[in-house]
Design a protein around this ligand. Structure first.
Ligand SMILES: Cc1cc2nc3c(=O)[nH]c(=O)nc-3n(C[C@H](O)[C@H](O)[C@H](O)COP(=O)(O)OP(=O)(O)OC[C@H]3O[C@@H](n4cnc5c(N)ncnc54)[C@H](O)[C@@H]3O)c2cc1C
Length: 306
């Protein structure tokens, strides 16, 4: 191939950035899934733009992958280019505004903010995944939705141009953001935080959130957290539990005994197809028993024939 792209003042060697047939299961919290046709991990904006430009030139679809903690990757792999954000981890501060690139792990971002005497993100302590993934799905925990703290978001639009979304525009709702179902790539997020006089209190609060998660057994087995969104006025976990589905298994995938809305890869032998089939069966049983449709929260990535 040997393509060199000039971008700003930098010379970018695309061949060194893009890799063929890369296994994705180590990049997913379920530990399942096939290969990416192509995978790239940009470390800065010029690289990101060059990679996206390369994919557009070749007419390849682009799939974004953050921490892989809310996705189910097809066993048949992902067509086109997988753009892994884990190299985009720079951050800076402007007063009480905390600007971070999308690939920074959320838990690290919270620690960094606290070190800079800024508070607000602590209830999300221990939430797996990246800041970009959390913003894309409007992640929430401990009574906080991440969208509540957003000042602006810089993203690449479908043409590869950098654009800005302002947090005051109202595009967020339950597990939904202005980026859901689009091909916009979240690049950098600015959070408006609150100066704290006592960093040790903030650190304690954040550690409590993280420890509660660990102690609740959420990380005992590979999973992607909640499989289904909560239907209006009730909890998916409660419905699944009351339908007697805890412990139900297909292949290597099991409905968690601990948290009914989790499907776990408890023996690390599940395929993505096992997990998909089990989630379909759970939704079917809940519909039969309560006449309520469960909607998947996890995102299906790659080649699915459904
Ligand atoms: C044990 C466990 C507990 C969990 N608990 C919670 C919880 O309490 N609350 C909660 O809300 N979630 C929870 N989750 C789900 C998950 O951790 C969050 O949804 C997390 O924010 C996903 O981030 P990620 O980086 O892993 O995203 P990924 O799984 O990599 O991606 C999720 C989606 O976002 C897209 N995406 C990722 N990065 C970008 C980007 N930069 N630009 C555009 N699109 C992007 C992907 O294409 C995909 O569609 C839990 C998961 C696990 C495994």
């Amino acid at each position: 191939m040997n393509t060199t792209i000039r971008n700003a003042d930098e010379k970018i060697n695309i061949d060194q950035l893009i890799h063929r047939n890369v296994a994705l299961s180590p990049l997913s919290s379920f530990g399942t899934g096939g290969e990416a046709d192509w995978l790239a991990t940009p470390k800065n904006l010029p690289e990101l733009r060059a990679i996206v430009g390369w994919a557009r030139e070749k007419n390849l679809p682009v799939t974004i992958l953050g921490g892989g903690s809310n996705v189910l990757i097809s066993d048949d792999g992902v067509e086109g280019l997988v753009l892994l954000t884990s190299g985009l981890t720079s951050y800076h501060f402007r007063g009480s505004i905390f600007c971070t690139q999308a690939g920074l792990p959320l838990d690290t971002a919270i620690n960094v903010a606290i070190e800079h005497s800024l508070s607000g993100l602590e209830p999300l302590g221990g939430l797996p995944g990246t800041v970009g993934g959390a913003v894309r799905g409007n992640a929430g925990a401990g009574g906080l939705w991440i969208s509540e703290l957003i000042e602006w978001i810089d993203y690449l639009d479908s043409e590869g141009n950098l654009a800005r979304y302002h947090g005051i525009d109202n595009g967020f709702s339950y597990k939904h953001s202005p980026f859901t179902g689009t091909n916009r790539i979240i690049y950098e997020i600015a959070f408006r935080l609150v100066p704290n006089k006592n960093s040790s209190d903030a650190r304690l609060k954040k550690e409590q959130s993280r420890t509660e998660r660990l102690e609740s057994g959420q990380f005992d087995f590979p999973s992607a957290g909640c499989i289904f969104k909560n239907p209006r006025g009730t909890s998916a976990g409660k419905l699944i539990d009351e339908a007697g589905l805890k412990g139900m298994a297909i292949g290597g995938a099991t409905v968690s005994e601990n948290h009914a809305n989790f499907i776990v890869n408890n023996e690390r032998k599940a395929t993505s197809n096992d997990i998909f089939e089990l989630s379909t069966m759970v939704a079917h049983e809940v519909k039969k028993r309560f006449d309520i449709e469960l909607e998947r929260e996890i995102i299906l990535l790659g080649r699915w024939n459904i």
